[in-house]
Design a protein around this ligand. Structure first.
Ligand code: SF4
Ligand code: SF4
Length: 107
């Protein structure tokens, strides 16, 4: 089932709607800076548990969501955060996000 779900055509879990909840561990910040992606390392906001989180737009979507090709694709997918990588595609929470955002709605 999960292999059939295309994250780059979905992006539902990148639209959590609340600020500061997609957390970024410090090693991600180090990794991005080592790659010269200071823009990514700087696009953060205070998160829970004393960590930082991906900055969000007014609609609650991650600032990195959306490419020219698709509004649902991650712009930094190859270097996305650890939290993003660890979120399990096909998990109950994934399926709930998809339902909430109408990704699986027929037609
Ligand atoms: S909600 Fe699930 S399918 Fe959609 S982008 Fe997130 S992990 Fe991928
Ligand atoms: S970095 Fe990419 S995968 Fe992670 S929440 Fe933002 S848009 Fe989604």
């Amino acid at each position: 089932m999960s292999e059939e779900l295309d994250c780059l055509a979905c992006g539902a879990c990148c639209r959590t709607g609340s600020d500061g909840c997609i957390l970024i561990p410090p090693e991600d910040l180090t990794r991005w800076r080592a790659l010269g992606r200071h823009d990514v390392a700087d696009a953060v906001q205070p998160g829970h548990f004393g960590l930082v989180a991906f900055a969000t737009r007014a609609d609650g979507s991650c600032v990195h969501l959306g490419t020219e090709a698709s509004a649902n694709a991650c712009r930094i997918y190859p270097i996305r955060g650890t939290t993003c990588r660890q979120f399990e595609r096909g998990s109950p929470q994934c399926l709930e996000f998809r339902r909430d955002f109408g990704v699986d709605r027929p037609g």
